[in-house]
Design a protein around this ligand. Structure first.
Ligand SMILES: Nc1ncnc2c1ncn2[C@@H]1O[C@H](COP(=O)(O)OP(=O)(O)OP(=O)(O)O)[C@@H](O)[C@H]1O
Ligand SMILES: [Mg+2]
Length: 258
């Protein structure tokens, strides 16, 4: 639990998966071991990491069915096509069935293998339902991904409330560790206004630097199922952003675990 991070926002398409995978790419480039837990029934991160959710042997959903052993969890985890350092606990459409049910099961499963990794990242679905609340129950850290647009900021208060509710009910160790701004255009007074607005809501220190720029190569990386670090100089600024965000995350996780 201490090294587990839930990457969330109830809003769809803001870059939860892009940020989760960008951080995993940076972690692997730094030689660190990462487990990506795909808690989204759409299972995009499972697919981008090289596995077809429709063909995979077992998924996170199977581990939520009953009380798994550590061996059950290790047997469900697969190595990604990116690197031996990046493993994935696959998602599947069947996760949809868990939109009702106990919020503590995901934590039990992840805790059995978390010590095998430096950091565990949970890619959440775009909702504040049971799957996201289960991910928050399993995590020491909540990382919100936000797009600095008018629509992107809508609902951010609801995300903060959900974190508070989980902290209050199932996980007193949970903290909102940061907000990552994604898809920030090079020049936009609108984006700057929205960042100011967000600063008023969550506070200056909660917003992590740097933000992730809007770049077509990030879209391409997802489509080609490659880590962003594969693209070299063509992706130099997003790579630099994810490397710095990774160092911040790594330091945050280590500090909290001491
Ligand atoms: N910084 C960026 N620059 C350019 N494209 C981006 C960026 N971030 C995300 N995208 C693109 O936006 C789309 C949505 O991103 P992503 O799948 O990461 O969002 P999500 O929040 O995980 O979505 P969902 O809610 O469906 O899980 C993808 O096609 C992705 O490639
Ligand atoms: Mg996603």
């Amino acid at each position: 639990m201490m090294r587990t991070v839930a990457v969330l926002n109830q809003k769809g398409g803001v870059g939860k998966t892009t940020v989760t995978l960008g951080l995993a790419s940076a972690a692997a480039a730094a030689g660190r071991r990462i487990l990506v837990v795909d808690a989204d029934p759409q299972s995009a991160s499972t697919w981008v990491l090289g596995h077809d959710p429709a063909e995979i042997g077992g998924s996170l959903a199977d581990l939520l069915d009953d009380e798994p052993t550590a061996d059950d969890v290790r047997d469900t985890v697969v190595t990604s096509a990116w690197s031996d350092l990046v493993h994935i606990l696959p998602g599947s459409p069947r996760l949809q069935e868990y939109e009702r049910g106990s919020k503590k099961r995901m934590r039990r499963a992840i805790d059995l293998v978390a010590a095998d990794y430096d950091v565990v990242l949970i890619d959440c679905p775009p909702s504040l339902g049971t799957l996201t609340r289960s991910a928050l129950t399993a995590s020491r850290h909540a990382l919100i991904v936000v797009e600095p647009s008018a629509l992107g900021l809508r609902g951010i208060g609801g995300v903060a409330d959900a974190i508070d509710e989980v902290w209050d009910s199932t996980n007193p160790d949970l903290v909102l560790s940061g907000v990552v701004l994604n898809r920030v255009p090079a020049i936009s007074s609108e984006a700057e206004r929205r960042i100011d607005e967000l600063t008023r809501i969550v506070g200056r220190s909660a917003i992590w630097k740097p933000s992730v720029p809007q770049r077509v190569v990030l879209n391409q990386a997802i489509g080609e199922r490659r880590p962003v670090h594969h693209y070299g100089y063509r992706a130099s600024d997003p790579i630099d952003a994810f490397d710095r965000l990774w160092r911040k995350l790594d330091a945050t996780v280590r500090r909290a675990a001491d």
